[in-house]
Design a protein around this ligand. Structure first.
Ligand SMILES: [Zn+2]
Length: 391
């Protein structure tokens, strides 16, 4: 009768439901299997002689929002050789007290940005069970993609304050986490990867940090080095901010406060401002030549970045650097020097369009993960959890 439906609902192969009992917060489903001939694990002969029974309580997926237990009537067989052994079940890993599908459910819950405690509560298991299930998840060393992005984030792991994240820039997937960003760690990591595989990396996306570039030249000789757009645009933003701050120091209090409040207006693209804000910017720029030139350079640089014509970007960038170098504004002279040093790599960013955008997105998610899990000190677990959650 209806036990057939319950059987379908349970979807456990070869299992019969004998009884169901409901409590306020739990459901107990009593199950057993049909007896059949077994092979003795010791001598290999067949037997169907039942020795005795034992009840085992197994946790299963929550059902109707209640904690659900399977009460399995386990059969122990006896062989003529004297060996006694329990039946084995497809749905139950040996020596485990949870069903395979509950373990799978825990894995899925662990892919959300939540704490181990909350996964344990949802699945009605202890935190140590969640840990045990999670310890079975281990991501191996990935193969390198065509576009390799590298960035760092503050993970505060046992291995160091900063960790490196490797991302596939085309498929937007987290490839790996490196224990810390030191040259030693990076070298030992990439040294282990076969030469042939390293040589097939075509693009290496990073920020303006010399060790990354040195690393790329050695390990990825066929890769074009691309500086992440966000990282080099930031230099211009900082330059104009520093000009404003320098000028503010010489201003009377009320004017200084006004400039500080209006800092966003200076940073916004001029043509995107509302008319009244354009007026405000015009007035601010009237105050000082340095700020006016800085603003002009900033607008020009943004325009170069936002263009979709590489031929234009390539020639304008060189002109921009020359102008900034001769601007007489120390903040922009410094910025221009940086750009000149990284000219080829910045041009690559314009030419090929790869950025660390996806990597930055992952870094934000890692921040959330760190917050909900109160930091994960154990590096291997931290690494596996990040890869598990991000992909
Ligand atoms: Zn036997």
């Amino acid at each position: 009768m209806h036990s057939n439906f319950i059987k379908q609902l349970l979807n456990l192969k070869g299992v019969k439901v004998t009884k169901i009992s409901h409590g306020n917060s739990f459901v107990k489903i009593y199950i057993k299997t049909d007896p059949h001939e077994h092979t003795c694990p010791k001598c290999g002969s067949k037997t169907s002689r039942v020795h005795d029974y034992r009840e085992q309580l197994i946790k299963d997926l929550p059902f109707q929002f209640k904690h659900t237990y399977l009460v399995l009537k386990k059969r122990r067989y006896a062989c003529s050789c004297g060996k006694r052994f329990y039946e084995s079940y497809d749905f139950l890993p040996r020596y485990h007290r949870i069903t395979n599908r509950l373990a799978y459910f825990i894995c899925q819950e662990l892919a959300k940005l939540t704490s181990m405690t909350s996964v344990a509560n949802t699945a009605n298991v202890s935190i140590s069970t969640v840990m045990r299930v999670f310890n079975c998840i281990n991501y191996g060393t990935p193969s390198l993609p065509k576009v390799l992005c590298i960035d760092e984030f503050k993970g505060n792991a046992e291995t160091g304050k900063y960790q490196c994240i490797l991302v596939d820039g085309e498929k937007n997937k987290v490839l790996d986490i490196i224990p810390d960003r030191s040259q030693n760690q990076l070298v030992s990591y990439f040294k282990k990867i076969p030469r042939k595989e390293r040589h097939s990396v075509k693009f290496f996306v990073c920020d303006m940090w010399q060790p990354y570039v040195d690393l790329a030249r050695i390990f990825f000789p066929n890769a074009k080095i691309v500086i992440d757009k966000y990282h080099f645009i930031r230099q211009v933003t900082w330059a104009i901010e520093n000009v404003r701050k320098r000028l503010q120091k010489t201003m009377p209090t009320n004017l200084r406060k006004y400039y500080k409040r209006s800092r966003k207006l200076i940073l916004t693209r001029y043509h995107k401002l509302k008319d009244e804000n354009k007026d405000a910017v015009d007035l601010m720029l009237l105050y000082n030549d340095d700020l006016r030139v800085a603003h002009k350079l900033k607008e020009w640089f943004y325009e170069i970045c936002q263009s979709d014509k590489y031929s234009y970007q390539r020639t304008e960038l060189v002109k921009w650097i020359e102008n900034a170098e001769n601007s007489g504004i120390p903040e922009f002279e410094k910025c221009a020097a940086t750009y000149r040093r990284w000219l080829k790599e910045i041009k690559n960013a314009f030419k090929y369009g790869y950025t660390n955008g996806p990597t930055e997105g992952f870094n934000n998610k890692i921040k959330v993960l760190k917050r909900v899990s109160f930091g994960i000190k154990n590096f291997q677990r931290f690494r596996n959890r990040i890869i598990h959650c991000m992909n």
